[in-house]
Design a protein around this ligand. Structure first.
Ligand SMILES: Nc1nc2c(c(=O)[nH]1)N[C@H]1C(S)=C(S)[C@@H](COP(=O)(O)OP(=O)(O)OC[C@H]3O[C@@H](n4cnc5c(N)ncnc54)[C@H](O)[C@@H]3O)O[C@H]1N2
Ligand code: MOO
Length: 410
């Protein structure tokens, strides 16, 4: 059987990073930056006041105390946005607002609270030191400095930085369009009544949501039955708007495994067994003239879910322009034994990971949930991590230290 790592690297070999496109600032939100962004001018661009108050020469108010206040003539009024360009003569001051340019001659700002708030003259009750309440030009960003490297995902903070350095648009990798197709004759659209032998379809919803959460444009194609011509039509339809197609179901040993049958004819998709539990039957490749990547996941809901994080997420990261990165993992002490794990396959057990302040160098506990069946979907919602049981390990005792992979956003 193929290793998890080999399967990831095989999948990465069939997906590629797209060419960057230029997008308007808010449209770029959530996409990955494709260029280094530098500041054309220093930020702030000019020395300015951090408070509402009076721009002074610090030396002029050095002796000010509540008992010996200093009174200065106010020779100018400088609101934010003002282009005041003359200098403040010695012994004088200017009323100034937060963000307004510091006039030449002044080297400190006295907050209005330390004064009588006068307009023609002002009485200052406390001394200020040179530089007090002055935000210096370039104090945030030096001219020419890189403010964002390529490869970061643009969130609100990055958007603010882009706007603050004057960028209206930016080069990003277009978000991959991920089309999700479920298969199975037994499936029924949620909201409709169940007939005998039927279950409500959930994988395409779950996988679409996971793709969206991964920063992609997720489209739920829905699901089709096990008739190969129906599956063929759906795959061809899905290809039109897809940068990648994810299917679930129909890849195992069943007599009606239509996905396998159709994709084997349509492209370069290979079907293999990966040494993992859950998620053993897997497929990947490209289809159609455009060589659109396809990843076929097993139909068991938990297998589909775990497979997404092990095999699909790395592909989506590459297609999004993100660097490869493992999901974060920690060492954790098991709160319950693991009675059995298949030899030769790496198990990923759904578990609840908790911080353990008393744990010393193992700062987490992991409690594997009791329902570990690949169909036992409800336990997923209780889970925030996957406990890794290595290929050669077949059982674990309570208290054993394991690797626990944190699931994103949980
Ligand atoms: N003889 C063998 N049988 C099976 C093997 C095997 O090696 N030999 N492997 C098992 C493993 S492991 C898995 S995983 C499943 C994978 O099978 P398929 O990918 O072909 O999936 P299906 O048979 O279509 O469905 C499996 C299971 O999942 C339910 N399902 C499918 N799609 C959905 C959906 N969109 N939403 C909700 N539930 C779904 C389906 O009803 C089945 O119960 O094969 C084992 N069998
Ligand atoms: O390996 Mo299958 O994915 O659990 O039941």
């Amino acid at each position: 059987m193929k290793s998890v790592e080999q399967h990831v690297s095989d999948i990465l070999a069939v997906v590629s990073r797209p060419e960057p496109i230029e997008l308007d600032l808010l449209r770029a939100h959530g996409a990955v930056l494709a260029e280094p962004v530098t500041a054309k001018v220093p930020l702030p661009p000019f020395d300015n006041s951090a408070v509402d108050g009076y721009a002074v020469r610090a030396a002029d108010v050095a002796a000010a105390t509540p008992q010996t206040p200093v009174t200065l003539p106010v020779v100018a009024d400088i609101p934010a946005g003002d282009s005041f360009s003359s200098a403040i003569p010695a012994g004088c001051c200017a009323r100034i607002m937060t963000g307004a340019p510091l006039p030449a001659g002044a080297d400190a700002v006295v907050p209005v609270e330390w004064t009588d708030g006068g307009v023609a003259t002002v009485t200052v009750r406390r001394a200020a030191e040179s530089g007090d309440a002055v935000r210096t030009a370039g104090g945030d960003v030096k001219e020419g400095a890189e403010v964002l490297p390529p490869g970061v995902r643009i969130g609100p903070a990055e958007t603010a930085v882009l706007a603050a350095v004057g960028r209206r648009s930016v080069a990003v990798y277009p978000r991959p369009r991920v089309v999700v197709l479920g298969t199975g004759e037994e499936l029924v659209e949620p909201g409709r009544p169940l007939g005998p032998g039927q279950i409500w379809e959930s994988n395409s919803f779950m996988l679409t949501a996971a793709a969206i959460e991964a920063g992609c444009e997720g489209y739920r194609y829905g699901f089709v039955g096990d008739d190969p011509s129906e599956v063929l039509a759906a795959v061809q339809d899905a290809l039109v708007q897809a940068d990648i197609v994810i299917t679930s179901g129909g890849v195992s040993m069943g007599a009606y495994d239509a996905v396998k049958e159709v994709l084997l004819r349509l492209g370069t998709v290979r079907f293999e067994k990966v040494a993992v539990q859950p998620g053993m039957p897997q497929g990947y490749g490209t289809v159609g003239e455009e060589r659109v990547p396809v990843i076929t996941l097993p139909g068991n809901p938990v297998s589909s879910y775990v497979s997404f994080y092990l095999f699909v997420l790395p592909a989506l990261r590459k297609m999004s322009g993100l660097p490869q990165e493992q999901l974060p993992s920690v060492r954790a002490r098991l709160l319950a034994p693991v009675p059995s794990s298949p030899r030769g396959r790496r198990s990923y057990l759904r578990a609840v990971l908790d911080y353990d302040a008393a744990g010393g160098d193992v700062a987490y506990t992991a409690l594997p949930v009791s329902r570990q069946g690949s169909h036992q979907l409800s336990a997923l919602a209780e889970t925030n991590a996957l406990v890794v049981v290595p290929e050669q390990v077949t059982e674990l005792a309570e208290g054993d230290v394991v690797e626990a992979v944190r699931l994103p956003h949980r």
